[in-house]
Design a protein around this ligand. Structure first.
Ligand SMILES: Cc1cc2nc3c(=O)[nH]c(=O)nc-3n(C[C@H](O)[C@H](O)[C@H](O)COP(=O)(O)OP(=O)(O)OC[C@H]3O[C@@H](n4cnc5c(N)ncnc54)[C@H](O)[C@@H]3O)c2cc1C
Length: 410
């Protein structure tokens, strides 16, 4: 059963088969999956900042500005861990259609729908808070998970295991350390894993709106060229969630303006589809810097990286988290399929995990990076070519279906 421990209460090393570093959805999912497969897990989370008092009508009680389009891989994994069923279903929106619009005078477009793809939904839009609450609830009942809140100071890997040292002198011993600690991964740094880093010089502005016309489960995306990429994702009811990947100067301007002014900017793109947009909670708006991070490897002795620790991609395809769920699914599969005599942190097991993930990660990095660059170029011949490409793809059902299957994680 799940136990919460603080390192200050003990200097005896914590001991478990796996130590997972991280406190996001991917760390929690990995902890659940490994625990349900019979491995003891220590989940190392950073010390919590003091919780602010939240009035019932404060923004936190409203719609979360951080939402994810989760695909079928995520759905399958979370269902198998009994987490999908624990989501608040009244706050999950199924995506039935995706409409991608190009830019300029001859703007191309591309549309996908669930009916054409022979599925009930292309994806589901889930708030970060809803997802984390379901994961936290499932963790409470997970066998063999102990939650340790503390700050890691060092990581030693030996032939027979790894030790994570904590501030204050405590430590966690395990056969395998899973780094699920995000794009700035401390675990990755401890293993001296190099990265390729490139800023997109864009920030994603995220917030929510109510819409005058029903969205009918459609996700809209506009590749605007100079203004970046605007996506409006369906939320339950007549609500939509904005992810605007805006060049830095435009992001600065948007963040300095009122939400009413942002709605006016959006009307240029969305007015005919969604009617007037009204800010749901004007105070709930965030901007997040966007970069491509490619670690040179996702394994090291006794260490596996998952989620953003293993790859950070542009959110234009809404796939970073889905890629992380696929990491966890493949890690679970690789560990389950290992020879009986091998430890779960065995070098060969980890090499198999890295091989299993290589193609999927590379494809997503190339596709998202390629599209981000293609649609950022402000050169007329490139603009014409990309719009022709969108129109052409829209007329090639076989290719479109294959692309869609991959995006859905099927
Ligand atoms: C604007 C935007 C929109 C997106 N939309 C989508 C989408 O629609 N669909 C999709 O699939 N993906 C989407 N993504 C990508 C998605 O947000 C990330 O891929 C996902 O959040 C990564 O999850 P993670 O758990 O790996 O990392 P994080 O969410 O970054 O979590 C890392 C955790 O590790 C903890 N941590 C850090 N350091 C330490 C340490 N030393 N010790 C212990 N804990 C530590 C942090 O506190 C944090 O809780 C989007 C991204 C952006 C920016």
């Amino acid at each position: 059963m799940f136990r919460m421990t603080s390192p200050s209460s003990t200097k005896t090393p914590f001991q478990s088969a796996v130590c997972i570093v991280g406190n996001g959805a991917i760390a929690k999912t990995a902890a659940l999956g490994l625990a349900q497969a019979g491995h003891s897990v220590t989940l190392l989370v950073p010390p919590a900042p003091p919780a602010p008092a939240v009035a019932p009508d404060a923004p936190e009680a409203g719609w979360d500005a951080r939402v994810y389009a989760l695909n079928h891989t995520a759905n399958t994994l979370l269902s198998s861990l009994k987490v999908w069923g624990a989501l608040d279903a009244t706050r999950v929106a199924a995506v039935d259609t995706m409409v991608v619009n190009g830019d300029g005078a001859q703007a191309g477009d591309l549309a996908f729908d669930a009916f054409g793809a022979h599925v009930g939904a292309l994806a589901w839009i889930v708030e970060d808070r809803n997802l984390n609450q379901a994961l936290d609830a499932a963790l409470k009942f997970a066998p063999n998970v102990q939650l340790v809140s503390g700050r890691a100071t060092g990581l030693d890997a030996h032939a027979d295991g790894a030790v994570v040292h904590l501030e204050g002198g405590a430590s966690i011993r395990s056969e395998l350390v899973v780094g699920a600690d995000g794009g700035q991964s401390w675990v990755r740094g401890q293993c001296d894993i190099g990265i390729d880093y490139r800023s997109y010089h864009q920030r994603a502005v995220v917030t929510n709106f109510s819409c005058e016309k029903p969205h009918h489960g459609a996700a809209f995306q506009w590749f605007t060229g100079a203004e970046g990429i605007v996506a409006l994702l369906p939320l339950p009811g007549d609500r939509v969630s904005l992810v605007w990947s805006a060049p830095d100067p435009l992001a600065d301007t948007i963040m300095a303006e009122t939400m009413g002014e942002l709605a006016v900017r959006l009307a240029v793109y969305a007015d005919d589809k969604l009617g007037t947009l009204r800010p749901l909670q004007p105070e709930v708006v965030k901007d997040l810097p966007l970069a491509l991070i490619r670690p040179h490897t996702i394994v090291a002795p006794r260490v596996a990286l998952v989620g953003d620790a293993a790859h950070v991609v542009h959110p234009l395809a809404g796939h970073g988290m889905n890629l992380g769920f696929a990491d966890v699914a493949d890690l679970l599969k690789t560990i389950a399929a290992r020879e009986e005599q091998r430890s779960i942190g065995d070098e060969r097991v980890l090499a198999r995990y890295a091989r299993a993930r290589k193609e999927d990660i590379l494809l997503m990095q190339l596709a998202t990076d390629g599209l981000a660059r293609l649609f950022a170029a402000n050169i007329e011949p490139v603009r014409i070519a990309r719009n022709l490409g969108l129109n052409l793809l829209n007329k090639l059902p076989m290719l479109k279906r294959r692309l869609m299957s991959h995006a859905m994680g099927k």
